[in-house]
Design a protein around this ligand. Structure first.
Ligand code: NDP
Ligand code: GDR
Length: 371
């Protein structure tokens, strides 16, 4: 019998990679998607199966983490062996604008999943993976950050996720459930949401190189993140549910990089060298050299400027994870390093925006939004 997995947040970056990973392992996969006014399943459309076919391996259910009745009904129907709770309002900056909603989805949403499993009498059948985060560490207490590092959340998002973390530990201890936290550091990919900094940069680099955009406005260029590839990280989620005992794990690369250097690397991927000049909100990046004749970017062109609107009221300055426990106990090792990640993202965005370049040449208006 194939194992059955239920994924919340299946339409997101990690949901898409995890679905593909589990289908390849022979799982029957169910996902919860929200009702949206336009279809938003782009990331999993290549895995879609017409519900009228026989032998359906992927099924989508309408639902929302704010609605307990619907969570209970879906879990009862699906009777999953494994639940991956990836659904969340996942944008740190936006959580300052929607703190109550974020708490409801990211904090209480986790409780709703765990409590549904308990109410349905599935505590000994269903294993639960909770998408915890390096944002829990917040204000730096020690580096590198491990499973033993104290938490100090710095945003409504991180505070909501702190509740999710502890309620997962509590259900494990109180009801002997197999429930675990993956404390994942930032992980990116060509499927990353467009308003997270890495994807914002790779999209802008591609658009600037193709003549579709002049420059990109960013926030705090000093922030340092431990960036990995989402493809490697979804494997760790699965490994955490295949152990003899349920435990929490940090997943990270152990290398940290400032946003500024990510910008440099992304432009270099296209043979465009940039240098940063000025300080604080007056800092800019200008092109110093372009070795690629495909891109007509003049030396001295300003391609990055700082806009304080992207600063956060409280920032997480430095994240470096210590993945030793995951390496030893799960046998987890990432296959991609940062240069491979940057290359994957920039190449994918160049292909994506060549279509826009074609449309622009045909006289169509191409939107240039700043978010
Ligand atoms: P995304 O933002 O790409 O995806 C989030 C998913 O959650 C989407 O499918 C979204 O649906 C869904 N969602 C949002 N609100 C609700 C709701 N009210 N009810 C049900 N589903 C909802 O995030 P990622 O894939 O990057 O991250 C996956 C999880 O891992 C998140 O919980 C995130 O907080 C956490 N995390 C992510 C890290 C990263 O670096 N990527 C690092 C550590 C933790 P829709 O498509 O409709 O918006
Ligand atoms: P983060 O990711 O907050 O770490 O949360 P994000 O890419 O949004 O920010 C990383 C760092 O870059 C700085 N930054 C900018 N960020 C954005 N979004 N836009 C900008 O223009 C910009 N300029 C500078 C930020 O200030 C920050 O320091 C991600 C999410 O996926 C969470 O869900 C997850 O839990 C954590 O990673 C681990």
């Amino acid at each position: 019998m194939a194992k059955v997995a239920l994924i919340t947040g299946i339409t997101g970056q990690d949901g898409a990679y995890l679905t593909e990973f589990l289908l390849n392992k022979g799982y029957e996969v169910h996902g919860i998607k929200r009702r949206t006014s336009l279809i938003n399943t782009d990331r999993i459309d290549h895995l879609y199966q017409d519900p009228h076919e026989s032998e359906i391996k992927l099924t989508l259910h309408y639902g929302d983490l704010t609605d307990s009745t619907n969570i209970i009904r879906i879990i009862q129907e699906v009777q999953p062996d494994e639940i991956y709770n990836l659904g969340a309002m996942s944008h740190v900056k936006v959580s300052f604008d929607s703190p109550e909603y974020t708490a409801n989805v990211d904090g209480i949403g986790t409780l709703r999943i765990l409590e549904a499993v308990r109410l349905l009498g599935l505590t000994q059948k269903t294993k639960v993976y909770q998408a915890s985060t390096s944002e829990l560490y917040g204000l730096v207490q020690e580096v590198p950050q491990s499973e033993k590092t104290p938490f100090y959340p710095r945003s409504p998002y991180a505070v909501a996720k702190l509740y999710g973390y502890w309620i997962t530990v509590n259900y494990r201890e109180a009801y002997q459930m197999y429930a675990v936290n993956g404390i994942l550091f930032n992980h990116e990919s060509p499927l990353r949401g467009e308003t997270f900094v890495t994807r914002k940069i790779t999209r802008a680099v591609a658009r600037i190189a193709l003549g579709l955009q002049e420059k990109v406005y960013l926030g705090n260029l000093d922030a340092k993140r431990d960036w990995g590839h989402a493809k490697d990280y979804v494997k760790a989620m699965w490994l955490m549910l295949q152990q003899d005992t349920p435990e929490d794990y940090v997943i990270a690369t152990g290398i940290t990089t400032p946003v500024r250097d990510f910008v440099r690397m992304a432009f270099m991927e296209l043979g465009i060298e940039v240098d940063f000049e000025g300080k604080g909100i007056n800092e800019t990046a200008v092109v110093t050299h372009c070795t690629n004749t495909d891109y007509q970017i003049k030396k001295g062109t300003q391609v990055v400027a700082v806009d304080p609107r992207y600063f956060r009221p409280t920032e997480v300055d430095l994240l470096i994870g210590n993945p030793e426990k995951a390496q030893k106990q799960l046998g987890w090792t990432p296959e991609h390093d940062l240069p491979a990640l940057v290359s994957d993202m920039v190449k994918s965005d160049i292909e994506l925006f060549k279509r826009d370049q074609y449309l622009k040449k045909g006289g169509h208006n191409i939107m240039n939004y700043h978010e």
